[in-house]
Design a binder for this molecule. Structure first.
Ligand SMILES: Cc1cc2nc3c(=O)[nH]c(=O)nc-3n(C[C@H](O)[C@H](O)[C@H](O)COP(=O)(O)O)c2cc1C
Ligand code: SF4
Ligand code: SF4
Ligand code: FES
Length: 619
């Protein structure tokens, strides 16, 4: 028997894999073999450890030393210094701005305010090993449920815990379960929604990749509670690692007798299957998802009937999010009171977020509900990158709202966010610095929703397109008085009349940015100016003649030859043909070229002349 004195945990989450984790692992094997240390070091591939921006990351036990941005060239030094001489490599550790070094994972500020429930094993165990899952208490909850509890008792525990769906709506989990449990239909289904199509979101994917057995166990407990014998994991094809790992988990559980027939010697039998989606955002909507599993085009259908009454193959069906299921085994093991002791009055437990944008610690985090946005962004997220200030945060995916500095002390819970025009959503958090233009941000999300609308109902199909046209008009300098009010009117109408959640919530980014950044819309419309110089038609480039040394580099590099001048007279931009590519500013050796907010007077004059001509033609 080999005695392993060191556990080397290498993050094999998608972020670290794309940053080169496989090469690091291969190099460790080579070096350890060459030095005859293979039998002493246990290399374990884990799911996402959280701070993805630092990838590839690794943790070395027994001390829990954390290394970031490791390259294959660092491996020999880690082996020689750390493994052989017991001197951890300080330069690979995380340091703060005051040069304080954090040796162990648990000291790192990023982890301080986090509480891991759904992510408890993510980054700690090998997701491809059922033995490791079992060693951390895995399948104990299922065993207890199947051998000592009735389905109703399970539902009662979930009810008492206060668990609400993590897929966006925050619907109380026990209510759906109860509805299907009470239905006498002999055929019922359970679906795990792993579609996760929001830009910037990777919570469910990371959980499926990092701890697939937990989600499978959660599904089987839920299926027992509602009386379903068949379950489906619906995962988009763009998540191949998540698909591979959940398939592997199902196979392993079957082999171990933990799935399939008469699980734990009980009367409960359960078969789980994986269905892959083609990557449409609307297919995450539960009725569209059901259509897709049935082999039809993924279009939403009217509710009622709700899936709990008439779902997959017209049978009672519960659809639950991946993270919702990830909480179930621990609630059953640790008890409803333990879970309900975390969070706020109406939002219990923890929530997993994917932090992205202009934030230092981009990555995967799990925090107690009720944490403030300030704590989430500054304490966990480490604040804004560089010298910039925080401007806004977009929560809840493409249909969430943007909040601003005035909301930093708002607690993150379902109701507080909704009251302010944002929403919890599934957990995507996009943090923006003070360089962002909020009209442009609203346009980006609207563009996404227009592309992703299935087109089945006209408020969403036509209305969102109309909103996008107005936004395009505003950011290209053709905005007119009344556009803001028109956006609001359209947004409210589309929200009320659309068939599914996509259309009902798609206006949120526009409505919330109008609510909190109306002055930016007004400046775009009235002053034809984008203060942050993001919208190309509402800014221009100018050469400062006092700084220009007449080297002609800008003129030679300009792709449309719109810069002219001489060494003596210096250079000038002809504003009308300028395509705002920025090349001149990048190449100028003395930084004489700058972006200036506002449409240039030459362009303004030309547009006015064109408008006049058009009016004359119409008359
Ligand atoms: C356009 C749209 C996309 C959605 N995408 C997802 C998704 O990717 N994952 C998810 O769990 N729920 C998604 N939902 C919510 C689901 O319809 C459903 O409410 C959820 O899966 C229920 O699970 P829960 O009760 O555990 O939250 C989406 C809803 C809409 C309207
Ligand atoms: S609201 Fe949009 S996505 Fe939903 S059914 Fe209507 S057209 Fe399709
Ligand atoms: S921004 Fe581009 S097109 Fe305009 S002057 Fe500079 S190089 Fe030429
Ligand atoms: S993927 Fe490695 S830390 Fe997230």
């Amino acid at each position: 028997m080999s005695l392993k004195r060191i556990d080397l945990l290498i993050c094999f989450g998608s972020g670290c894999l794309s940053a080169g984790a496989q090469k690091i692992k291969d190099r460790f094997y080579e070096v350890l073999q060459a030095k005859g240390l293979s039998s002493e070091i246990n290399i374990i591939e884990t799911g996402c450890m959280g701070p993805c921006d630092y990838g590839p990351v690794m943790v070395i036990y027994p001390e829990g030393i954390f290394y970031k941005k490791v390259t294959p060239d660092d491996v020999e030094e880690i082996v020689n210094e750390h493994f052989l001489k017991g001197r951890p490599v300080k330069r690979l550790m995380i340091q703060d701005e005051e040069d304080k070094t954090f040796f162990t994972q648990k000291e790192i500020p990023f982890y301080q305010k986090q509480v891991k429930v759904a992510l408890a094993n993510c980054g700690f165990i090998d997701p491809e090993s059922i033995e490791e899952y079992i060693a951390t208490g895995g399948y104990e909850a299922l065993g207890t449920v199947l051998t000592t509890m009735t389905p109703q008792q399970v539902i009662d525990v979930i009810k008492k815990s206060g668990l609400r769906g993590r897929g966006g709506g925050g619907f109380p989990t026990h209510l759906k379960w109860q509805m299907v449990h009470d239905n006498s239909s002999p055929e019922k289904y359970f679906i795990c929604n792993g579609d996760e199509g929001d830009p910037g979101a990777f919570m469910d994917r990371s959980l499926l990749e990092g701890d697939p057995h937990r989600v499978l166990e959660g599904m089987m407990i839920a299926a027992y509670a509602i009386g379903a014998k068949n379950g489906y994991f619906y995962i988009r094809a763009e998540y191949p690692l998540a698909i591979k790992r959940i398939k592997m988990a199902i196979e392993q559980a079957k082999k171990a007798g933990l799935a399939g027939n008469n699980i734990f010697g009980s009367d409960f039998s359960f078969e789980a299957e994986v269905r892959t989606g083609a990557g449409a955002f609307v297919c995450g909507e539960e009725t569209a998802l059901i259509q897709s599993i049935e082999g039809q085009r993924g279009n939403p259908t009217p509710k009622p009937p709700y899936p709990a009454v008439q779902g997959l193959y017209k049978k009672p069906t519960v659809v639950n999010n991946v993270e919702t299921l990830g909480n179930i085994p621990t609630i059953l093991l640790k008890g409803a009171d333990w879970f309900a002791s975390m969070g706020t009055e109406t939002s219990k437990g923890t929530k997993v977020f994917a932090l992205t944008g202009d934030i230092k610690n981009t990555g995967l985090v799990e925090v107690p509900m009720g944490i403030t946005l300030r704590e989430l962004i500054f304490d966990v997220g480490g604040g804004i990158i560089g010298d910039h200030k925080f401007k806004a945060v977009q929560l809840g995916g493409p249909s969430g709202g943007c909040l601003t500095t005035q909301h930093l002390d708002v607690p993150v819970d379902y109701e507080s966010l909704k009251e302010r025009g944002a929403m919890m959503g599934s957990g995507g958090v996009i943090v923006m610095n003070d360089e962002k233009c909020m009209v442009n941000v609203a346009k980006f999300f609207m563009d996404f929703c227009v592309d992703e609308s299935c087109g089945k109902c006209s408020p969403c199909r036509i209305g969102l397109k109309q909103m996008l046209e107005i936004l395009k008009r505003i950011d290209s300098g053709y905005g007119k008085e009344g556009d803001i009010e028109e956006l609001q009117r359209l947004g409210e109408t589309i929200s009320k009349l659309s068939l599914c959640g996509l259309g009902q919530t798609a206006p949120n980014p526009v409505l919330s940015t109008i609510r909190y950044f109306r002055d930016e819309y007004e400046a775009h419309i009235r002053d034809k100016s984008c203060a942050n110089k993001v919208c190309p038609d509402l800014m221009h480039f100018e050469i400062n003649k006092d700084k220009c040394i007449g080297c002609s580099l800008c003129s030679r590099k300009c792709p449309v030859q719109c810069i002219s001048g001489s060494r003596e007279e210096k250079y000038t931009i002809n504003q009308l043909p300028c395509i705002k590519c920025g090349t001149c500013m990048d190449v100028c050796p003395v930084k004489a070229i700058a972006k200036i907010p506002g449409m240039h007077s030459d362009v303004k004059a030309q547009r006015e002349a064109e408008e006049l001509q058009q009016q004359n033609q119409e008359e």
